[in-house]
Design a protein around this ligand. Structure first.
Ligand SMILES: [Zn+2]
Length: 138
């Protein structure tokens, strides 16, 4: 699933991305944890890719919203990213696996995290702030 944003209105992209993240969060498959997450990833050409968490009875197979969005972008040939928006309840941050996954393509990716239960709880951070010591091959 993708959406296209007009880059001449880039100042509003964060708000637009947040809306996409909140929307896709409603489609999370999280019957085990009850913890729904939505992610929207903005590619450099203005196209956005969304993802929600998808859990499985075999818990280790669960995929996070962030990696779901990232793999959709890569599958579309979009590996240059400008921004990631996350929507979840209670705030938080991407897990370490997702940060490492995102850092592969965009180590300094800005991340907006929205607490869907609190309109005032918006966190502006980045992949490198959350994962300063990412793994790289020597
Ligand atoms: Zn994750």
């Amino acid at each position: 699933m993708s959406n296209k944003f007009e880059m001449n209105d880039f100042a509003d992209s964060g708000l637009w991305l947040i809306g996409l993240a909140i929307d896709v969060r409603s489609r999370a498959y999280c019957s085990y944890s009850g913890f729904a997450v939505g992610a929207a990833l903005l590619a450099s050409d203005g196209e956005a890719f969304v993802g929600c968490n998808v859990e499985n009875a075999s818990f280790g197979l669960t995929i996070c919203a962030e990696r779901n969005a990232a793999t959709s972008a890569v599958a579309a040939g979009k590996t240059e990213w400008l921004e990631l928006a996350l929507a979840l309840s209670g705030g938080g941050a991407p897990c370490g696996a997702c940060l490492q996954f995102l850092a592969e393509f965009a180590p300094r990716l800005p991340v907006i995290i929205v607490d869907v239960d609190d309109d005032n709880a918006v966190q502006f951070t980045s992949v490198d702030s959350l994962l300063p010591g990412r793994f790289t091959l020597p």
